[in-house]
Design a protein around this ligand. Structure first.
Ligand code: HEM
Length: 402
């Protein structure tokens, strides 16, 4: 079946290229290296509409060989709820959703605050110069993950290593090494589930392991899949937003001083704007085009029909800079009041960890700038542009004024 739009654009690799397409078409046919021609959604309105549309799903990407998308995903990931459609997706998500509810997550605030202060104490003792990524942006989300999964703190180094291998955020490794790490991670989680069964831990794994039979209990394999998804989804993005968020603030002194004037009163909208603006303020763009969806049936959008089985990509970065929703979208503006960005996505597959992600960013950035109001960059930030998340790896800073 052919598509009914003649222009095919190249994959946009910068925000400027993406918004130039958006100016011509909110829904465009785009040729992507990983999938031939796909539909790319660029406008905010249409992105929200399709992310909430049950006719847009994931399952066929895993269950069918003939879906026209070349990229293949690691098998452990394809078993998770990321690739499920309803009702299976809803069943799995319901089982973990309660634990991630905003009120439940708020209960972790004090613990994350204590950890941030502890890290900052250690940094301060070592002297004024430090690497904001290695010494702060990375340890904070790793700590949060040990807390979510009820792991001993000493597991932090293993969690970090598993992430680097399973999510490809570190050096690229051969398939055998990746499989060995996956097996190690699965064995650890299996033993943890057994240990937590019958005990009264207040972490997610304990909650899942102790659901009575007949009340929606998950199998051990399902729990392991969810835990692995959380391990990979809950780290890298968060570390990047802490590192790049701090960098964006440091590169916009007038904005930073607005934040410093009332850190606690302003941190919530500040974090929302850092999430909306993403990497724009620190350079680089939109190479990460997000997880694909598949049209589960024909979907009519204006005068275009997305045919069943065609691939749909949601360009959240373009949608976050859509000038029909955001005034002066290219500017980092911490005073922005209405900020319905899509960085944590929307609809069925919206970020399960969104309340935790927000809490980590709010607590860590507030603590950092409260402690070091004179913080400044003293070296070139280093980002790893070959990985999926374009992770920031080093950000040399000093806490003393010039
Ligand atoms: C700033 C940090 C974060 C960002 C920007 C982010 C972003 C996202 C986005 C865009 C999605 C949708 C992906 C898709 O299209 O399927 C997603 C899904 C998800 N995120 Fe996050 N995330 C963050 C932090 C977290 C944290 C801290 C956790 C858990 C501890 C988490 C767990 C998940 C899970 C489990 C999903 C899959 C949801 C589903 O398919 O139903 N994320 N996240």
């Amino acid at each position: 079946m052919t598509s009914n739009q003649s222009a095919v654009y190249d994959t946009p690799t910068t925000l400027e290229e993406a918004t130039a397409i958006l100016d011509e078409a909110p829904l465009a046919r785009v040729s992507v290296p990983t999938g031939g021609d796909v539909w790319m959604v660029l406008s905010h309105e249409l992105a929200r509409q399709l992310l909430a549309d049950p006719r847009v799903g994931r399952e066929p990407l895993v269950s069918r060989e003939d879906i026209p998308y070349k990229a293949r995903f690691p098998e452990y990931l394809t078993r998770t709820l990321l690739f499920k459609d309803d009702p299976e997706h809803a069943r799995l998500r319901r089982s973990v959703g309660k634990w991630f509810a905003p009120r439940q997550i708020r209960a972790l605030q004090a613990e994350i605050e204590v950890e941030c202060e502890r890290l900052l104490d250690e940094i301060e003792q070592r002297g004024p110069d430090f690497d904001l990524v290695e010494e702060y942006a990375v340890p904070v989300p790793i700590f949060a993950l040990t807390r979510v999964l009820g792991a001993d703190r000493t597991m932090a180094a293993d969690f970090l290593r598993w992430n680097q291998v399973l999510f490809g955020t570190g050096a690229s490794l051969g398939a055998a090494e990746v499989a060995a790490v996956e097996a190690e991670c699965v064995a650890y989680l299996r033993a943890e589930i057994a240990r937590k069964r019958g005990a009264d831990g207040d972490d997610l794994l304990s909650a899942l392991a102790n659901v009575p039979e007949g009340e929606g209990a998950l199998t051990d394999d399902e729990m392991i899949s969810i835990a692995m998804l959380i391990l990979v989804a809950g780290f890298d993005n968060t570390a990047n937003f802490i590192g790049n968020g701090a960098l964006a603030l440091l590169r916009h002194p007038a904005q930073l001083s607005y934040f410093l004037d009332d850190i606690d009163g302003r941190v919530i909208p500040v974090v929302e704007e850092l999430l909306r603006h993403g990497r724009q303020s620190v350079g680089s763009g939109v190479r990460n085009i997000g997880m694909p969806f598949v049209a589960l049936e024909d979907i009519v959008v204006g005068d275009i029909t997305i045919r069943e089985d065609e691939i749909v990509l949601i360009n959240r970065n373009a949608a976050n800079h859509d000038d029909s929703v955001f005034e002066r979208p290219l500017e980092l503006d911490l005073r922005r009041e209405d900020n319905p960005h899509l960085t944590l996505s929307y609809g069925v597959h919206s970020c399960l960890g969104a309340p935790l992600a927000r809490l980590e960013l709010q607590v860590s950035l507030a603590a950092l700038f409260r402690r070091f109001p004179a913080l400044r960059v003293v070296g070139e930030p280093v980002s790893q542009m070959d990985t999926m998340s374009e992770a920031i790896e080093h950000l040399p800073v000093t806490s003393v004024a010039e």
